[in-house]
Design a protein around this ligand. Structure first.
Ligand code: MC0
Length: 146
């Protein structure tokens, strides 16, 4: 079961400038930053609100660390903007298996490491009406070191 919007991923050329835009314009502060070398991104998570399932919803600002990464390729083609949406679930393995059984391409055989120790997988945008869609199970609170 999907229980929240976990985050909206926004691709940008300059993470620090984009963080400053969201701070100066809306007052959103950075909750967490990290580099995910596997995904080829430097990211900042801005917490928008807590959610009723004990999780939270974030904006995720993404700057590529290399041109041949997913975000680097997407930016070169499209420029800055919304790159993906992510739904939160307590059971990323179960939801991924269910979605796969419905004919949607799940990009990873096993979930991989996402922001703040989460477990993530992606659904192909061409099977989701043009939206790159991520499934996220957040790390247990005591395991989160932001
Ligand atoms: C590509 N396409 C997209 C898209 N990326 N459509 C909507 N939204 C996107 N973000 C479309 C292209 O326009 C193209 O359509 C077709 O998909 C194939 O794209 P491509 O440019 O040839 O690129 P591929 O096929 O090499 O890769 C696309 C694919 C890749 C979605 C498989 O980007 C991928 O594996 N993404 C998942 C990983 C990811 O995005 N990581 C970064 C965030 P046309 O019509 O031109 O053929 S990491 C993250 O978010 C983590 C850290 C976290 O949340 O914790």
């Amino acid at each position: 079961m999907l229980t929240r919007i976990d985050h909206i991923g926004i691709a940008c050329f300059d993470l620090d400038k984009t963080v400053e835009f969201y701070r100066a314009t809306y007052g959103f502060e950075v909750f967490h930053t990290e580099v995910n070398e596997e995904q080829g991104v430097r990211e900042a998570m801005l917490k928008i609100n807590e959610t009723s399932d004990g999780g939270a919803s974030y904006l995720q600002l993404l700057e590529p660390t290399r041109e041949d990464s997913a975000v680097g390729k997407w930016l070169a083609k499209n420029g800055e903007g919304v790159h993906h949406i992510a739904f939160g679930t307590a059971d990323v393995d179960g939801v991924a298996a269910d979605v796969r059984s419905k004919g949607v391409r799940v990009l990873y055989d096993e979930p991989r490491r996402g922001s703040m120790g989460s477990r993530i997988t992606f659904l192909h945008p061409k099977d989701c009406h043009g939206v790159l869609t991520e499934l996220v199970t957040a790390a247990a609170p005591e395991a989160t070191d932001h």
